[in-house]
Design a protein around this ligand. Sequence first.
Ligand code: COI
Length: 360
Amino acid sequence: MDIKITTSKSSHLDGVDFDNLPFGRTFSDHMFVVDYVDDKWQNPRIEPFHNLQLHPATMALHYGQAIFEGMKATKMLDGTPALFRPELHAKRLNFSAHRMCMPALPEEIFLKALQKLVELDQAWIPPQEGSALYIRPTMIATDEFIGVKPSQTYKFFIITGPVGPYYPKPVRLLAETKYVRAVMGGTGEAKAAGNYGGALLPAKMAQDKGFDQVLWLDAKEFKYIQECGTMNVFFVIDGKVITPPLYGTILDGVTRRCAIEILKDNGFEVDEYKITIDEVVDAYHKGTLQEAFGAGTAAVVSHVSDIGYKDLVMELPPISERKVGELVKNTINGLRSGRIADSRGWVVPVGAEVADMATV
Ligand code: COI
């Protein structure tokens, strides 16, 4: 499928300060759009970045058929732009689409669109390690109808923008004992927009108490740790790395997968099991809670400085002692920049075959 490209007459890159990049506020010159009409994806195009015009009855706005991905493009040491495990994001988008009763997007369209868009806006990729061009693929239901049913039309678009670290400092997490993020059989495994909307009130309440994010517990017993909403979570207890397994309520994070593989390759034992908040408290009291960190595309690895649970605030060891989280962070950032050789085929260069795939 050819992508029609209309380039922007002028770039607004000049006004952007790569040394001061708050997350998610700056967007690059172009965007990709493709429409699902008459049961097929049609008219793939790259256009100058623009607002969407939406009818007030657009179904995504009413019943939440909206899903997204979060990805990053970086520049390798020789200046080549690169994507990171794009095929996993293509698959997860379609997993989310299935759960939200939306049409699958052929992986070929997803991957070609990314290639061409990032190639076109490669000047927007910040050069410094740890910064990146954040990529936000999004699918929304576009029928203009307020009956409750799956939409018959959809729009998939990709926008990008340069970003620095999502959490500029270690995060303070509050284990949530009243609200829940996800229940078995719900939509917690999907990257559905509504999952994030439902988390805003508890996150705001946690922030009012001086925390940065919520540490979600299971919806039945408020006992098993799930994730932090913007990241999957890892603990290091007595030298052993532990992360909750994917059992139906947790997002299958790409960074989570990378972290597990990197740690195993480096000789760490990684236990994917249903760790409870009581085990974390216990380890804290015994002095064996060595590290906790979140792993996600936007955050990469964010160290956890404190965990609040009921009346207890557990202060974790200083960041200078966080060998495990640092290993993951350094490896992922190093792979993305080309500083570390990619023996696993995770880094996908942008360029080469794109000229054959797209029509200008
Ligand atoms: C990401 O890590 O890319 C996410 O999508 C999480 C958050 C920024 C919403």
